[in-house]
Design a protein around this ligand. Sequence first.
Ligand SMILES: [Zn+2]
Ligand SMILES: [Zn+2]
Length: 187
Amino acid sequence: MPKHVPSSLNPRSPLVLDTRDLPRRPGALRTVKRVVPAPEDLGVELIGVPAGADLDLDLRLESVSEGVLVSGTVSGPIKGECGRCLREIDDSVAVNIQELYAYENSTTDTTTDEDEVGRMQGDLIDLEPALRDAVVLTLPTNPLCREDCPGLCPECGVRWDELPADHSHQQVDPRWAALSQLTRKEE
Ligand SMILES: [Zn+2]
Ligand SMILES: [Zn+2]
């Protein structure tokens, strides 16, 4: 007997899509355009979408025989730190989403794994897991403020960008130092 798990999704949650007004007839379409606050921890260690930042959802919900196909883009600002020089990075990200959500008790629901195909809970779709996967896959694990960022001087920790071209911590060899003393005396 199919077990009906009561929906734990809150239809008013920003990343829950309500398909009540999408007819369950293959080909029926609805667009969802909305700006929602980004959930916590949307990103990787060094870079991510700040919690609460504006996420732009531009999605298309399409009825297919076994469920609803959600496709479109999600975009938003990202903030992070350059992996080489620790400078703050302010950028934006746009990810494509395409995910099928099977109707409860559809053939797809009963013959596939939840990891392969998403699940609807009644008329509701939880977009958050797919959104997280898409964003995390897009973000660089080693973000850079710019492609050729030279990073920090390993001796003093100052950004190479802010140091003179001949910056160096090499101690002058004492023998050379003595020699330059001599030269100076001759002058
Ligand atoms: Zn940098
Ligand atoms: Zn230095």
